[in-house]
Ligand binder design. Structure first.
Ligand code: E4P
Length: 217
């Protein structure tokens, strides 16, 4: 499973990228707002760090506007994936932009039917939002599994990009289901390293080592 980091914060991208943990980046209008930076400027900087797909989201609500914005965002770098919302207009824009050979990430997906339509429209990525479904007491991971089954049934090449990930558990569950990519905040990716027994074991080893009075260096 590929890891995308869901942020527009350059220091976080750089830290994870240096460790080989970043296969791509996703941003959205809220993340750009949080960064406080100009979308084109910050996206160009991200693309200079990460060679994998970097999603930049359109904000128009009509297909024509999304297509124009998508073409503009795609000028930033060769690795831009244009993000469009899963609306009827978004699907129209997806088809046009995909036919032009551009990477398209269809976002705000909350049902298997929406994912099926995105694949038919030629999406490179479909972004089902796990956490926002969980927030409504629905099962976000079940949606990932349903989309996996449907895409495999028919050999759709659209990549399942599990999004709105809130916990390290979401990451391992997505990997078990077979999501192609998971995009998560840097803190979630770092939390994957944590285990209470690792901390406990390390503490015991450190204390016992001190009792030996030895040094390695
Ligand atoms: C995905 O591309 C979105 O940017 C993101 O995963 C949304 O996550 P949230 O629901 O935590 O805002």
């Amino acid at each position: 499973m590929k890891f995308f980091v869901d942020t527009a914060e350059i220091d976080q991208i750089r830290e994870l990228s240096d460790l080989g943990m970043v296969d791509g980046v996703t941003t959205n209008p809220s993340l750009i707002m949080k960064s406080g930076r100009d979308i084109k400027e910050v996206t160009a900087e991200i693309c200079s760090i990460v060679s994998g797909p970097v999603s930049a989201e359109t904000v128009a609500l009509d297909a024509e506007g999304m297509i124009a914005e998508g073409r503009e965002l795609a000028k930033i770098a060769d690795n831009i994936a244009i993000k469009v919302p899963l609306t009827w207009d978004g699907l129209k824009a997806c088809k046009v932009l995909s036919d032009e050979g551009r990477m398209v990430n269809v976002t705000l997906c909350f049902s298997a039917n929406q994912a099926l339509l995105a694949a038919k429209a030629g999406a490179t990525f479909i972004s089902p939002f796990i956490g926002r479904l969980d927030d409504l007491n629905m099962d976000g991971l079940e949606l990932i599994a349903d989309i996996r089954t449907i895409y495999d049934n028919y050999g759709f090449e659209t990549n399942i990009l599990a999004a709105s990930i809130r916990s390290a558990n979401h990451m391992s569950e997505c990997a078990k289901i077979g999501a192609d990519v998971a995009t998560a905040p840097a803190a979630v990716i770092k939390a994957m390293a944590n285990h209470v027994l690792t901390d406990k074991g390390l503490d015991a080893f450190t204390k016992d080592w001190a009792k030996t009075g030895q040094k390695i260096l």
